[in-house]
Structures are given as C-alpha cells and as structure tokens.
Design a protein around this ligand. Structure first.
Ligand code: PLP
Length: 475
C-alpha cells in the first residue's frame, strides 16, 4: 500500500489483472497482423487526416493504455514501410521475425543497460561475440559490439583504423594527409564517416570497379602509389561484401594481400552480404573476409533481427579498446560486486548507456539456428536468380547488372526509359502488389529488387514481373 502523503506516484498499474488483459490483447493483435501479412497490401499511402493526427497537443493528462493502443492500430500499424510483407523488395530491409520480436519485448521488460557492470545481459552480448568470431573465423582476441547499424559500425571501424595509424607517432603528428580507399560502389555512409572523423570526404579515394561491380585492384594499387608520391599517407582500404546497388562482392582475398603489402588497415563493409557466410554455397564468395582488420555488418538485414542491430567486429580487441576507452571516476572498475567484469561494452564505442540489442539477436540465432538462417539466405539468392531468368526471358525487359547475390537490377524497355521505369515503380508501390526501389547505374535509372525478406516466395517474384510488364504496357 502506498502512503499517499509521502510516496511518489510510480508508473506501475493499479489494476494488474486489467493491465495483463490489455497486454495480452496487444500481443494477440500483433500476432494477427503477422499471420495475415499476405492479405494486405505491401504499402499504402497515409491519408492526410492520419498524418495530421500526429500533430496533437502535449499529452499532459493520462490516457488509458487501451486507447493509446487503439490509436496505434488505426494510425500507425496500417502505414508502415511494408518491409514485413513478402512483396517488399526495396532498398535492403530485413523482414523481422517472431522470436526476435518477442526477445525485443522481453528486453524492454528487463530494461537492461548494456554499457557495463556485471550482469547476465552483458554475458548474452559476450555470447553473441563468441559466435560472431566463430562465424567469421576471427581469433578469440577479437572484440565486437552491437551498434545501431553498419553506418555507425563503419564510422567506428574508421576511427580504430585512424587511431592505429596515428599510434606511436610523435604527439604533434596530426591526421593531415591521411587518405582512405574504397570502390566507387561503396555505400555513402563511408564518405560521411570520413567527414565525421574530420578527414573529409575528399580524403576517400573512389577507385573504379570492373564489369562485375568489384573494386579494380590494379587501379587501387596505382592510386596508392600516386598518393604516396604526392606526400599523402594512405591508412585504410574499405572492401565491400555486397554493394548496395548490385550486391557485388569485392575480391576480399586480393584486398587482404594488398592491404598487408601496403600496410593499410583492411575494413570490410559487409552490411548485408557478410552473413552470406551462413550459406555454405555462398560462403566461398567471401574468401578473405577472415583476414579483415575490422568488419561491419547488420543483423537487421539478412538475419531478419528486428531493427536495430548493427555490429562491429575488430580483429585486435586491444586496438579497438584503445580507440574508445576513457577513464571516468564514476565508471570505476572493481574486482567484485556489480562494478566488476571489466572491460565493459562502453569501452569499445562512443555510447555509455546501451540497450539490449543482443537479446533479440540471441533469440533469433538460437530459435532458428544458423543452418536454417543460412538456408533462408540462400533461398533469397535463388529467388533473385529466378527473377534474373524471368527478366532475361521477357523481350520487353532488360537486365542492367550481373546478379551476384540477392539484388536484381533491371528495367522495362521503351522511350525515355528513366521516366518510364520511375513511373512503373511508383505505380507498383501504390498498387500494393510489390515494392522494389530504384537506383542509377551508369546514369540509367533502373528498377532494383533486393530479395532480403524471408517471407518472399516465387509467387511474389512472378507477381512483380507480371505487374512491371502490365504497367510498362499501359504507359
Ligand atoms: C545498408 C547498408 C549500409 C548502412 O547500414 P545501416 O544499418 O543502414 O546503417 C552500409 N553499407 C551497405 C553495403 C549497406 O547495404
């Protein structure tokens, strides 16, 4: 019983049985939604009235949870991106999964802070690190950390590389002249990381790609030599395992050799592609990945862990820690009690307070098992090959890039093909049948279908092609 005079009003329910019924209703509604995904459209435009509903006054007074949930059902649930739907093929979005969702709910209940201290949630994150090392063939001394996504992981990998390049130099040495290399197909977040690190995007040399979208090692070698002659200080090469536009995988073994020869840090952006390692017949594409100094990837893409769950893995855990650890009196480590268990995750990145991303990942990996996840990943690539075959078989369609993994770039032929294909994609989105995205390859606007979602099936591929043909004919 609360002493009304002196106790503060906490936030726990007064009526637990009623709160319990409401909680079960919310879970049931979400399960209904997941079970019925196929019966709805991939995406639907949000009516103006719904959008306007998000400009409500400050919620000064309480609202019953049931009413807030009702608003969620009416205003939020129907107007998502659609990335749970089997017809979603835009960008590179994961589809989520039930075990991960439930893990996320439990993590919310636990409300653990994974910055540090000695508790079981930290051991779950360490367990995932041990598995990640095994998956990618990294040594036991490698460190790893959950972060928001690969954009952050790439940025942090770059900071560790820079720290390493500057370590051992006289204190007055600065980062002037440091330059990095990546292919012209590298994700835009790497240029932004250069800016955020204060190196400037101009210090990222974009090396041309070959016909398969892979970095040209000969051109890379020439660029490095020229930079050295001009007094620049090459320190980093970023390889990509699965480029965002076409899914191309750089020659990682070749890059590892070159980086060793040139004494460069070798970072791999494997945002979605790195987890092809789980599929036995795709893993050979990633030969050399185990020689990277650092690897950024996402569990929230191909592994279908609910957003967000990015990861940074660093071969030399000491260098990783050296780039981020900082002393603070109130973060004092002890050998016993709750302040034991150092080093802590906060020693390996910029965040102090951190959520329990590891739990939804642990639930996902354990519940489905790596073999099944690998088979699912291979399945999405098989669907991409099916789409490729259908595109090649249709005279009015044109394949626009080789299919390396799970991304198919194609377009409808016609006059003014850029406008035509942009129109087809917008029509597709509004039809609710399928949601691919567009990109530009060598100046041409193309339809880009990234098959990431574990729910996508052959009939969804056929529905996409049939609809493209129909909308193309109509135009
Ligand atoms: C998605 C992606 C990124 C960015 O990852 P986020 O998790 O969205 O921050 C970086 N590189 C590649 C190749 C990607 O596909």
């Amino acid at each position: 019983m609360r002493n009304v005079e002196s106790d503060s009003p906490g936030l726990d329910p007064e009526d637990w049985p009623q709160a319990r019924r409401q909680a079960h209703r919310m879970l049931d509604d979400m399960l209904d939604h997941l079970e019925g995904l196929r019966t709805g459209p991939v995406w639907r435009p949000m009516p103006d009235a719904v959008r306007a509903g998000f400009d409500a006054p400050l919620p000064l007074e309480p609202t019953p949870l049931g009413r807030v949930h009702q608003e969620f059902l009416e205003q939020v649930l129907p107007y998502g991106t659609g990335n749970l739907h089997p017809g979603f093929m835009g960008w590179v979005h994961g589809g989520g999964n039930l075990a991960g969702m439930l893990g996320e709910m439990l993590a919310g209940g636990l409300n653990a802070n994974l910055g540090g201290r000695d508790h079981a949630p930290i051991e779950v994150e360490r367990q995932v690190l041990r598995w990640v090392r095994r998956i990618f063939g990294f040594p036991d001394t490698a460190s790893g950390l959950f972060v928001t996504g690969t954009s952050m992981a790439n940025f942090m990998g770059l900071l560790v590389a820079r720290q390493t390049a500057l370590a051992g130099l006289p204190a007055e040495a600065n980062q002037a002249g440091l330059v990095a290399y990546a292919s012209a197909a590298v994700h835009g977040c790497v240029s932004r990381a250069m800016d955020m690190a204060g190196l400037g995007r101009g210090a990222l040399r974009l090396v041309p790609v070959d016909g398969d979208g892979r970095i040209r090692l000969d051109a890379l070698e020439v660029a490095i030599a020229e930079d050295r002659v001009r007094g620049f200080r090459p320190f980093l090469v970023v390889g990509t395992a699965g480029t965002v536009d076409t899914g191309a995988v750089d020659d990682l073994a070749g890059l590892a050799d070159l980086a060793a020869r040139q004494r460069l840090w070798f970072h791999v952006d494997g945002a979605f592609g790195a987890l092809a390692m789980l599929a036995p017949n795709l893993a050979p594409l990633l030969v050399g990945l185990d020689r990277a100094d650092s690897l950024a990837f996402d569990f929230h893409k191909w592994a279908q862990v609910p957003y967000d769950a990015g990861y940074l893995l660093v071969r030399d855990g000491e260098r990783h820690r050296a780039a981020f650890a900082s002393p603070a009196a109130y973060l004092q480590r002890e050998s016993r009690g709750l302040a034991a268990g150092s080093p802590w995750p906060c020693d390996f990145g910029p965040d102090l307070s951190r959520g329990f991303r590891a739990l939804k990942t642990w639930f996902t990996l354990r519940t489905y098992g790596l073999k099944r996840l690998g088979a699912m990943i291979e399945g999405t690539c098989a669907l991409a090959r099916r789409l490729e075959a259908r595109v090649k078989a249709e005279p009015s369609l044109e394949l626009m890039a080789p299919v390396a993994l799970n991304i198919v770039c194609f377009r409808h032929r016609g006059q003014d093909p850029d406008a035509l294909n942009a129109r087809i994609v917008a029509d597709l989105h509004e039809s609710g049948i399928a949601a691919p995205s567009t990109t530009r390859l060598e100046g041409n606007l193309v339809i880009r279908a990234a098959i990431v979602n574990h729910r996508t099936q052959a009939r969804d591929i056929n529905a996409l092609v049939d609809a493209v043909l129909e909308y193309g004919r109509r135009s």
